[in-house]
Ligand binder design. Structure first.
Ligand SMILES: Nc1ncnc2c1ncn2[C@@H]1O[C@H](COP(=O)(O)OP(=O)(O)O)[C@@H](O)[C@H]1O
Ligand code: SF4
Ligand SMILES: [Mg+2]
Length: 344
């Protein structure tokens, strides 16, 4: 008998609001997902859709003033209710985060070795020498050559790709169960991106962690994520197995993202971008937030925001009044128009 992997992280109806001078920003409006041991969950959406804010909420790293509601369960414990000390122990211990820009997470005035050793010492009483040995082991693991010497380097002496490797080393140094990687390769050259992603997955397997891989680029999660959650205007609008989401999208926004992927070569390589821009999260229009950009929008859509509901086999969920029409379309990406070709 095979036992299915255990759930380690469950986010339930998470909302995050930022009161600002211009009004309340509804940055995250009800995000729910479950992550299982060793699973890779991709979270995809355009810039501003609430991907980072929802992850910072899980890490307890939101700025003061942010209003957070909902549940974040780590192995059954509600993280939002844990005493500060236990919450700190989780952060950087069992739940680690990798940011887009390693320079925001690395301290420019300390050596890489000191920072890695510090990360170990913050979570366990071990001799410093042992912490440094662990740091070296981690640099080896992430593929930084001459790790022993590199421990004495400062972050600015590393290339962008090397810094991101060091960040990965920092994230896994305490053997986390969950790694939240927020656009880990977005700032890097395309060729380096692929190497870093590959390394991240290798390292994740080495420490037996699960990953939440956040990206604005659907192409990044293809072939990597087991499941994909698509976010729009602070909410999940589609979630399912990666193949289902890529080959059987149920939500026009996902179809639009697929059609704007250069690698997909829809319509003979021509792109079908989604026109327009996401709505303001201060004054959301009534109804479906995607309706101003949606080729299928009708009066039902502008009257009522669709709830995330079953839209196919295997737990495939979508938030769309007309998901059946998307399902029946021979090529859902064709709901969007081909980009007009440049006049030569
Ligand atoms: N500290 C803050 N105060 C006010 N609004 C914020 C703050 N942080 C993020 N936001 C807003 O929350 C929304 C979601 O942001 P974010 O999660 O960073 O998007 P993503 O990571 O998907 O690009 C955006 O509209 C952003 O402007
Ligand atoms: S609910 Fe309507 S507007 Fe929203 S995505 Fe579905 S069809 Fe488009
Ligand atoms: Mg972000």
């Amino acid at each position: 008998m095979t036992t299915s992997p255990k759930e380690i992280l469950r986010v339930e109806d998470l909302t995050v609001e930022f009161p600002t001078e211009d009004g309340v920003v509804h940055a995250v409006r009800g995000v729910s997902y479950a992550l299982h041991e060793r699973e890779v969950l991709g979270i995809v959406g355009e810039s501003g859709s609430g991907k980072s804010v929802s992850s910072l909420a899980v890490m307890g790293l939101l700025p003061r003033g942010a209003r957070v509601h909902g549940k974040i369960l780590y192995r059954g414990d509600d993280v939002l209710k844990l005493p500060t000390r236990r919450r700190r122990a989780l952060r950087g211990g069992k739940i680690a985060m990798i940011f887009q820009d390693p320079m925001t997470a690395l301290n420019p005035v300390h050596t890489i070795g000191d920072q890695l050793a510090e990360a170990v010492l913050a979570h366990g009483l071990i001799p410093r020498k042992q912490a440094l040995a662990r740091a070296k082991e981690m640099l080896d693991l992430v593929g930084i050559p001459q790790a022993e010497q590199r421990l004495r380097s400062y972050p600015h002496e590393f290339s962008g790709g090397m810094r991101q490797r060091a960040m990965i080393a920092m994230a896994v140094i305490n053997n986390p169960d969950v790694i939240i990687a927020d656009e880990p390769t977005t700032a890097l050259d395309v060729t380096v991106q692929a190497q870093i992603l590959e390394k991240l997955l290798e390292v994740k397997d080495a420490v037996n962690a699960a990953i939440v891989l956040i990206t604005h680029d659907l192409g990044v999660v293809a072939g990597i994520a087991h499941r994909v959650l698509v976010m729009y205007a602070g909410k999940p609008v589609e979630i399912g197995d990666t193949d289902s989401v890529f080959y059987r999208p149920r939500m026009p926004y996902t179809a639009g993202l697929l059609g704007s992927m250069p690698s997909l070569e829809t319509s003979g390589g021509r792109l079908r971008p989604i026109g327009g821009a996401p709505p303001s999260l201060i004054n959301l229009p009534p109804g479906c937030p995607f309706s101003p950009r949606c080729p299928l929008a009708d009066a039902t859509c502008t009257a009522e925001e669709p709830a995330l509901g079953e839209a196919g086999e295997g737990g495939h969920l979508a938030a769309c009044h007309h998901w059946r029409a998307v399902a029946e379309a021979p090529d859902p990406t064709a709901l969007f128009h081909i980009e007009s070709e440049a006049v030569s």
